[in-house]
Design a protein around this ligand. Structure first.
Ligand code: IVH
Length: 767
């Protein structure tokens, strides 16, 4: 039972789950007795108490709520005071669930045995909405009802009339005298977001999920509402949608399969889903399950699973149903996308741009298939709007690939020990007073851009990222080790200016705190000391000791980091520009600047207008570039990187403004680069060819003018030889880039391919 004793959310959830299961059983027994046998085994008050308690548990623990919970099948006794009762012509059944492919296969195997003939399965999405029964008589909608207890539902005909897409009169011909069509009413995800945003802006309660919102919207009464409320209700109903997924009473459907029924219904103007597939084997159904498990977010509505139905209608009759669910259908349930967990703390982090962002640190919890322990809370206003206190049990939502989000607190589970979050006035990392970048900004920033270790760490990590210099070893952890180690006290990098000066000796002494992979918190030994490790050194091997090597040796990561930093020095200018962390200069703008100007020097010398005029740059980026060069420690970065060998110019670029293609020394020529070309990365070689006006081709043909080949060149080299295409080495490639073909000595003097130099270089190809 969930209580306020501070029990862990996992334990509280388990206890609540157990209690909910017990309540469900008792409620269903009571209903069965009442509706099937006309017996009263619990009093009305007791029954109401059971429902009420189950509702409460589902509110506190949303992961317990399911569509077939008795709380969603309100029960003829409870809500008929608000809505008129409607007796379904045929009972509305629920679905049995499976939670793994093995369970699904076991179900399919059973079906196969009972059917004793080829079975086709119709796979479709399990819509997380509200079940509705539409009753059409001779093509005219006469009533719409919720499922209720399956026998008697609530009359919501008036409200359904306001839901778009549900025909009041069927189109086409051949409508049966009586036809029940079942389906799901739901809020499309996008509308749900807008609805909650509007609710929140109006200070109204936000809905926990689209299903609750759909249920709340459909089960509203117009009576007693003022015009404003009525307009709101109408607007909300107008956002709902319905998809039909089955039939009830219908004398002779005139179709022999579920898929044929869908075609018939669609032909009469009823909304059917496009996301279904008829398959011939359970393995194909499993593939459907897996596909949508990974693409839950690609559908306009929430899905909580896949429904697999036997397609042949005759088999529905043959297989029959239990008291609760048909044997010819099964629901495969996906893991919940919304769970409760404990908000342990709200911590403020500072990123590379200095923005101070509060984020929730939570007790790790599995949601939508992955473990979540942190979620951004964006800024202090958002924390306030969500109303969360540190120590709260919170509702956490993560839909598939979507970033986890704290929805809000479970207020009922507070015990008074919770405390309010206070946005710090100073940077939690360097202590500098936080301030808004400009008046009216909600976000606070740490203005100590040069030296705040958090910002330096962020910038160094950015330098290593894919879009910048793509230094594999230089990720979050290494960036932190280089800028915030526990030893030495003065980190090797106080800004990124020193990155290209790093040596193995700088790395060896570095020690960092070991953090728990689950919580991100420092790991402690039994005696309470914080565990530390030295990521860049290792003990010498026995062989090394024998060879006289004493003391710690550089780890393979240390060697790799230094090597990769060395290689990064000659990466394309566009990447170097991205690595400089100039505001707004991402890969696209950087490429435009690099292609146009060819060197950092030319970019720096350019006026604002000259910068802004470049296609893909514009005024904002031009201003950002000019502002960046005005800062002395930015210029220091450039100077020190240049002194360390960073290449700030594209070899062979014809100079500012001379568009590469027009007038470059390689205009009209096609060049293929293959193998390891000393001084060029694969990309660098390609960019240099383009920058010089040439065409960089990936395969050799008769149209190829030059093949620049280094060690490791494979089939392309062979093909060039066979076709008689001129082959050049790295030195000649450099000459070609700078002076064009005229700069090269005649072909006969070129070394044969076997003689290409054996330099320690980067692979420019992956043959
Ligand atoms: S078929 C007799 N198909 O899920 C079979 N149900 O948890 C009736 N649901 O009561 C259901 N999407 O309200 C079916 N594609 C779908 C569905 C679906 C959602 C609901 C339905 C059912 C509940 C069971």
């Amino acid at each position: 039972m969930p209580d306020a004793t501070g029990a862990s959310p996992a334990a509280a959830l388990a206890a609540a789950g157990e209690e909910a299961a017990g309540l469900t059983t008792r409620i269903l027994e009571a209903r069965d007795a009442y509706y099937e046998r006309n017996e009263v085994i619990v009093s009305d008050a007791e029954y109401d108490g059971l429902i009420h308690r189950l509702e409460e548990l589902e509110r506190l623990f949303p992961e317990l709520a399911s569509q077939d919970s008795p709380t969603q099948t309100v029960g003829g006794r409870a809500e008929t005071t608000l809505f008129d009762p409607v007796q379904h012509a045929e009972r509305m059944l629920s679905l049995d669930n499976v939670f793994s492919i093995e369970e699904f296969e076991a179900w399919a195997a059973k079906v196969q045995v009972s059917a004793n003939r080829a079975v086709h399965y119709l796979c479709e999405l399990k819509i997380d909405g509200l079940a509705i029964n539409l009753r059409y008589e001779n093509g005219v909608l006469v009533s719409a009802a919720t499922r209720g207890d399956g026998v008697v539902g609530e009359d919501v005909t008036e409200n359904i009339a306001l839901v778009p897409g549900i025909p009041a009169r069927l189109t086409g011909t051949g409508h049966p005298p009586l036809m029940e069509v079942r389906g799901e009413v739901f809020f499309p995800v996008e509308s749900f977001r807008e609805l909650n945003a509007a609710q929140s802006a109006a200070g109204e309660r936000v809905f926990a999920n689209p299903r609750n919102a759909a249920s709340g919207s459909l089960r509203q009464k117009a009576e007693g509402k003022n015009p404003e409320q009525l307009a709101l209700m109408t607007a909300r109903l107008g956002r709902l949608r319905m998809l039909v997924h089955g039939i009830g009473a219908w004398q002779d459907p005139g179709a022999d399969s579920q898929s044929a029924v869908y075609a018939l219904l669609a032909g009469w103007g009823l909304p059917t889903s496009t996301h279904y597939k008829v398959v011939e084997t359970p393995a194909e159904a499993s593939a459907f399950i897996e596909y949508f498990g990974e693409h839950r977010g690609s559908v306009e509505h929430e899905i909580d699973g896949i429904v697999i139905k036997v397609d042949e209608l005759a088999l529905h009759d043959e297989l029959g149903a239990t008291n609760r669910a048909p044997r010819w259908a099964i629901a495969y349930k996906y893991p919940p996308e919304q769970v409760n967990t404990k908000l342990l703390d709200i911590v403020v982090s500072v990123g590379r741009t200095g923005r101070a962002t509060p984020f929730a640190v939570m007790e790790p919890v599995r949601v939508a298939g992955s473990v979540v322990r942190q979620a951004t809370l964006h800024n202090q206003d958002v924390v306030k709007a969500k109303g969360v206190l540190i120590g709260d049990t919170v509702v956490l939502r993560k839909a598939g690939d979507v970033i986890p989000e704290v929805l809000g607190p479970v207020v009922e589970l507070r015990d008074g020990t919770e405390r309010e979050f206070v946005m710090p006035q100073n940077c939690p990392v360097c202590g500098t007073a936080l301030k808004a970048a400009k008046d009216g900004d909600i976000d606070l920033r740490c203005p100590n851009a040069r030296s705040c270790p958090a910002q330096v760490r962020g910038r160094v990590e950015h330098i290593g990222s894919r879009g910048a210099l793509d230094i594999e070893v230089l990720g979050e952890v290494t960036a932190a080790a280089l800028t915030q180690p526990t030893v030495p006290e003065t980190p090797p990098l106080d800004t990124e200016a020193g990155l290209f000066e790093l040596t193995i000796d700088d790395l060896l002494p570095i020690t960092v705190v070991v953090r728990d992979a689950e919580t991100g918190l420092p790991r402690e030994d039994e005696d309470g000391t914080v565990r530390q490790r030295s990521p860049f050194r290792r003990n010498p091997t026995a062989a090394e000791k024998k060879a006289g090597l004493e003391g710690p040796q550089p780890s393979s990561n240390a060697v790799k980091l230094i090597n990769e930093i060395e290689l990064a020095k000659t990466k394309p200018l566009a990447r170097i520009l991205v690595a400089l962390n100039i505001r707004h200069v991402g890969p696209v703008a950087a490429r435009a600047l690099a292609n146009h100007f060819g060197s950092l020097e030319a970019i720096r010398a350019a006026s604002r207008d000259e910068l802004a005029e470049v296609d893909g740059v514009g005024g904002i980026i031009a201003d950002a570039v000019i502002d960046w060069f005005e800062v002395d420690w930015h210029r220091e970065i450039v100077d020190r990187w240049a002194a360390a060998g960073v290449q700030f110019a594209t070899p062979g670029h014809p100079g500012p403004g001379a568009a590469a293609a027009a007038g470059g020394v390689l205009t009209g020529l096609t060049v293929v680069a293959t193998g390891s070309l000393e001084g060029f990365t694969r990309e660098g070689a390609a960019e240099a060819i383009i920058a010089a006006g040439g065409k960089n081709a990936s395969s050799v043909s008769k149209k190829t003018d030059f093949v620049a080949a280094g060690p490791g060149a494979g089939s392309k080299l062979a093909k060039a030889e066979a076709l008689g295409v001129r082959i050049i080495n790295a030195d000649q490639f450099r000459v070609l880039l700078e002076h064009g073909p005229d700069g090269l000595a005649p072909a006969a003097d070129a070394p044969a391919s076997a003689e290409v130099e054996d330099a320690a270089t980067v692979s420019t190809d992956t043959e």
